[in-house]
Design a protein around this ligand. Structure first.
Ligand code: ZN
Length: 163
């Protein structure tokens, strides 16, 4: 049985950058479940997993265009006063917010740096422009529940952990 659209697939992954530094890994945790074809994972990785079988191991190199996108050079990072954020807000690098963008639209922003009195925000995903190197092991596969199909994402390895 091979991975096709609409299957819930469980993978172990280790993600490294061009320098070989580990950015994220599922090792030491349960495998990551995703719904194939529902864009739960970056497009380049999803494409490479199509047609694979349980037990397969693969190395996938994903260009930024097929990963987290390219950096938005029109909107470089901006350093703001800490006072522009609520006093009690916990703010740490890597956090994502939705906010009004310089062009007036609403979109995601990411915290790039937190200084003593300043917060630097970025309009590009922290992994934008990064070539992604995935080490993948396909751990399992099952049919989705009706609810998972409606939601477009799995609800845990067994499908019983609803949300
Ligand atoms: Zn859900």
């Amino acid at each position: 049985m091979t991975i096709t659209e609409g299957k819930v697939v469980l993978i172990h992954y280790t993600l490294t950058n061009d320098a070989g530094e580990v950015i994220d890994t599922s090792r030491g945790r349960p495998p990551l479940p995703y719904l194939h074809g529902a864009q739960n994972i970056v497009p380049g990785l999803e494409r490479a997993l199509g047609g694979q079988e349980v037990g397969a191991t693969l190395q996938v190199i994903v260009a930024p265009e097929d990963g987290y996108g390219v950096r938005n050079e029109d909107m470089p990072p901006v350093t703001l006063d800490r006072g522009q954020f609520p006093d009690d807000a916990f703010i740490a690098p890597g956090m994502q917010f939705f906010a009004q963008l310089p062009d007036g639209s609403t979109g995601p922003i990411w915290v790039a740096e937190v200084g003593e009195d300043t917060v630097t925000i970025d309009f590009s995903h922290p992994l934008a422009g990064v070539t992604l190197h995935f080490d993948i092991e396909v751990m399992g596969m099952r049919d989705p529940t009706r609810e998972e199909l409606q939601h477009g994402h799995p609800h845990g390895p067994t499908g019983h952990e609803g949300h």
